[in-house]
Design a protein around this ligand. Structure first.
Ligand code: DGJ
Length: 702
């Protein structure tokens, strides 16, 4: 039994079970007593009507050992053999290696000719991954699935999942988990809008600050499956892994497959403390951006494909005037890309759109004190492009079938070395020939029926090749930051974030929608990585109108940007936007360095904020997103501050916001108030009476 101690949770692993078994994942156990006693009191009894063993539930559960739920390893050899492997500690080798909080457990099935190594790392989060090796000398192993199984306690009777689609990503949903299994399967070839690879299990009615929560994320940007099952004997587990198409992976003799990392969090104090561990995990990575996140302007909704140097220069002038720090030139600068029907794949500056190249614009932008960013979509090709005309065979399609187009485009088979080298060469030249600080890396179509050169499913190889392409480009251009975009938020996961500094959270810049989208996304990523733009008054994707204060209050918390045709603003509007940007820049160290928090309230409201890590200050947003059942919002409880500290509470007004008429505002909004953290956690603070589509910002200082 190996005891791993993390920052907030402990894990107890039984290494005597072949594939290792997590016996405890949760609260620190040092104070609970002796491990022998602990395992004695939680040992499961045999039940009538079942096998004479309690079916073990290791990290890779085995049908052959008595697990009647979904096995962790699915595969076989040519004649259907080796389909129910059973792993044991290697007789002639080391069973496990322990190095601090990293444990690697080796196991072997001599009969099936397979080795299984499972690695655990416990710090802020629990990381688990497995590697399977085909030890046969002459037979390949056809792998259908290798997933990671994490047991959760029997009292975790509710699941937290997400529903999404384009422009409506990360909507949290709750699912009662009484019996049977809940599955999500993603076959879109990207992380997806629909099913972020993230699941929570918790005690019934777990909240942001109440209940026990276990969360797991699959760090992978391709297809995936998430399975949460309650077995008939009452045990529960979540299982996460890559979803492989039929025949997609076969292991030649000696070859291995390593699963993506499963990143897991736990808290007995609710969802917010649990998800903060995902943030800490990302922040601890060496690639995490440490410089202040530059406020950017993105040209997409300002000009779309209509690139004109004078217009873009004026846009840059106005951006600089309002305090913007980065100018990002979106789609439309290359090849024949005057609309979305052609040009993808031809990563050379269009002389049509930019007759003198990009330098006049870049120099202008830099002269104004901003750095320059550019949009690319390197994994794609339009059939109407020079590249496709020269190399139709490089597209990820299946011979003999008419390919399904999506946004008039196809994916390029980056697993083909010629295609990979070609795209790498073009991107490398783009970054070498221009002074570019930032790349918005887009990916705008699902993989549908895409086969590699041998006619086999190509998503696994494509996902790995995309990682390699970004990694190679980063090593050649180490200073360049990359944003992960995929028709908005279809590629948001911790593996893409190993090699990117920002995600484009959604193509929806409607503040009302963004309140929920960003709340959901904050369950996986911290605010400084979350692209959030102030869009135009009338949202391009929903047609709704919102005043600047609501749009600003919504975007303020993330990596702020502006996606609005600044040429349409008068001086008063530009001044108001400048005020918002200056406020963000003032608050930025707190917003991007503190602990992101969310609060439970009624469905008509969304409440979230950021607490300084030392709890000396905070900023909280309370937004009304629908008409509420009561005329007055309920008091907002703010748990998790320093109970003994006295905070000055004041309302932070955004441009255009005036004091409430009459007594629609409680006194603290105009006069401020001094209250303790204990009072804020137990009695709370009364928000003003608000109409929908407004937000109040609450500033707490001590
Ligand atoms: C989809 C992205 O999400 C948008 O922000 C924009 O970059 C377009 N692609 C450009 O084609």
């Amino acid at each position: 039994m190996i005891h791993l101690r993390g920052r907030t949770s402990d894990v107890l692993v039984d290494v005597s079970t072949g594939a290792p078994t997590i016996v405890h994942w949760g609260a620190p156990i040092d104070r609970l007593g002796d491990i022998d006693d602990l395992t004695a009191v939680i040992e499961r009894p045999l039940v009538h009507g079942s096998a004479d063993v309690v079916g073990p539930l290791p990290v890779v559960p085995e049908h052959g050992s008595g697990h009647t739920g979904r096995p962790g390893l699915l595969g076989h050899r040519r004649r259907g053999t080796a389909w129910a492997p059973r792993f044991a500690a290697p007789i002639d080798g080391v069973g496990y290696e322990l190095d601090g909080n990293r444990l690697v457990v080796h196991s072997r099935d001599e009969i099936a000719g397979l080795d299984l190594d499972v690695t655990f790392e416990l710090d802020h989060t629990l990381l688990v991954w497995a590697e399977l090796t085909n030890t046969s000398t002459d037979e390949r192993y056809l792998l259908d699935a290798l997933t990671i199984t994490l047991p959760v306690p029997q009292h975790a009777g509710e699941l937290g999942s997400f529903a999404g689609r384009w422009t409506r990503e990360f909507h949290p949903v709750r699912i009662p988990w009484s019996h049977g299994a809940h599955t999500t399967e993603n076959r879109r070839g990207r992380t997806s809008h629909e099913h972020p690879p993230l699941v929570f299990a918790g005690t019934p009615d777990f909240g942001e600050w109440r209940g026990s929560v276990w969360g797991a994320h699959l760090a992978w940007s391709g297809n995936h499956t998430i399975f949460a099952e309650r077995l008939p004997d009452g045990r529960r587990y979540v299982q996460l892994g890559e979803l492989l198409h039929p025949g997609e992976l076969s292991l030649e003799p000696g070859a291995s497959y390593r699963t993506p990392e499963v990143i897991a969090v736990h808290s007995d104090r609710g969802l917010t403390p649990a998800t903060q561990q995902f943030h800490r995990h990302l922040r601890a990575r060496t690639t995490h951006p440490t410089s202040a996140r530059p406020v950017l302007v993105n040209t997409w909704e300002a000009v779309y494909f209509d690139h004109d140097l004078d217009t873009l220069r004026t846009l840059a002038d106005r951006a600089a005037r309002v305090g913007i720090e980065r100018f990002v030139l979106d789609d439309g600068w290359f090849g024949s890309r005057r609309d979305d029907r052609s040009g993808l794949g031809d990563w050379e500056v269009s002389t049509d759109a930019h007759p003198n190249g990009l330098s006049p614009l870049i120099e202008h932008v830099q002269g104004l004190g901003m750095d320059f960013g550019i949009w690319v979509e390197p994994e794609m090709v339009n059939p109407d492009s020079e590249l496709y005309r020269a190399h139709p065979e490089w597209a990820l399609t299946t011979d003999g079938y008419e390919p399904v187009l999506s946004r008039h485009q196809l994916a390029l088979d980056l697993a083909r070395s010629e295609a990979f080298e070609h795209v790498l060469g073009q991107l490398d030249a783009l970054l070498s020939d221009h002074d570019i600080a930032y790349v918005k890396w887009d990916m705008n179509r699902d993989h549908i029926g895409g086969s590699n050169a041998d006619g086999a499913a190509g998503t696994h190889a494509q996902t790995s090749a995309t990682y390699r392409l970004i990694d190679e480009l980063r090593s050649r251009h180490p200073g360049v930051e990359i944003e992960s975009c995929s028709s908005g938020g279809a590629r948001i996961d911790h593996e893409i974030l190993r090699r990117t500094e920002r995600v484009w959270t959604s193509d929806c810049n409607d503040a009302l929608e963004r309140q929920t989208i960003q709340r959901g996304a904050s369950m996986l990523i911290p605010p400084e990585l979350m692209g959030a733009h102030v869009g135009p008054e009338r949202s391009h994707t929903t047609g709704r109108r919102h005043d600047l204060a609501f749009r600003a209050a919504t975007a303020l918390f993330g990596h702020l940007g502006v996606e609005w045709n600044l040429l349409s603003l008068d001086d008063t509007e530009l001044d108001a936007l400048a005020e918002v940007i200056a406020l963000h820049q003032r608050l930025r160290p707190l917003l991007h360095g503190g602990d992101a928090v969310r609060f439970d309230t009624e469905p008509a409201y969304v409440a979230h904020g950021v607490y300084a890590t030392d709890r000396s200050e905070a900023i909280v947003s309370f937004a009304t997103i629908a008409t509420a059942i009561s005329l007055t919002p309920p008091p907002l409880l703010l748990p998790g501050l320093d109970p003994d500290r006295t905070y000055r509470v004041e309302r932070l007004r955004l441009p255009g916001e005036r004091g409430g008429a009459g007594r629609t505002e409680p006194r603290w909004c105009s006069a401020g108030a001094h209250v303790t953290g204990l009072m804020l956690a137990t009695i709370g603070i009364q928000p003003p009476a608000m109409h929908p589509d407004t937000a109040v910002l609450i500033r707490l200082t001590s």
